[in-house]
Design a binder for this molecule. Sequence first.
Ligand code: AMP
Length: 393
Amino acid sequence: MRLVFLGAPGVGKGTQADKVVAHYCICKISTGDLLREAVRNQTPLGLEAKGYMDRGGLVPDSVVIGLVREKLADSSNASGFILDGFPRTVPQAEALTKVLNERGVRLDRVINFEVSREEIVRRLSGRRGCPNCKATYHVDFAPSKMGSACERCGEALTQRSDDQPEAIEMRLRVYEEQTAPLISFYEKQHVLSHLNGAETVDTVSQKSLTDVGDTPDGMIILKTPAEIEVMAQASRVVAEALDIVRKAVQPGITTEELDSIAEQEIRLRGALPAFKGYRNYPRTLCASVNDQVVHGIPSKRKLKEGDIIGLDLGAIVGGFYGDSAVTVAVGSVSDATEKLVQVTKEALHLGITQARVGNRLADISHAVQQHVAWYPTGVDAHHEGDGTDEFCV
Ligand code: AMP
């Protein structure tokens, strides 16, 4: 699950992100927290950022993008994340799309928290924090029982320098000018939903959890024309790469060499191999020789005249998968083998004719089954495709 929490400073993104993170066991990446930590530790980045932050301005895009890129590379974020306070400008949002594309993933949802300006000013100007144990308070809504000291550890409470009136004004102006345009940026990508952040923390939490959970994995989401174009692009990459691998098939070549060609051709086209790393699968290509039914792992095995090989390849472009398979004869093969390849191909095309609106997947496999039924070897009844265009005879 990959989420962005969007909204002006003080709308409660961080508070809600903490709750969703705990619920879904994903990571929170807050650029505000990361920058404050850098300032506290007086790192070069912190020293550069401090001036901008104290005034309520934005830290330069290049600095923040570098920070987020580094965090996203961290494997602990593999199962998902919430970005809190990033992106804040259109160039940051574009950089985020690029980083995610490089990883073959995309955002599932962007939630825009909405709160009136007066309420934001009230929330930010009354906010206090404990520099020691990090407990947070509000002078009106959640005061410390010990007045200006932390009720947990007794340390004197402090106010963030950017919660001073002039800095708040500046932050809200910066939000309107630079961050608010992201609402239409994400609206166009059909991933945006709005949440009223003015209700109680618990009500907002309930709604954010529901909203985030609205599109659980496995639900079919109607794709936009732009997304369909990316899917087509992923399929084109696979078709081109598979064609090159197919032409490289000849006696003496190893399945490992075919795998290298496949990976190189996919990467050359700016895509990612879809199978490599999926459930620890070690290769780009599935290369199944002769009686191997599917998912043969490329190895040092050399192809021989008369073999047949199933080549199955997948590529990811912009988070979308293209996947295709083909069966190829190695050199000249026996009549029976040639017939097998030919019948398989015919069956596949008959199956494709059944891929029509209103039909079921079973209509596709039925068409395949019927065509191959007369053939002595028969169809493998237990494997009628993995959801793509692959059939086994
Ligand atoms: P926050 O805690 O999210 O309100 O962030 C505090 C301050 O950190 C902001 O007022 C900015 O100065 C800086 N900051 C946080 N995130 C970003 C970002 N994505 N781009 C630029 N500056 C940021």
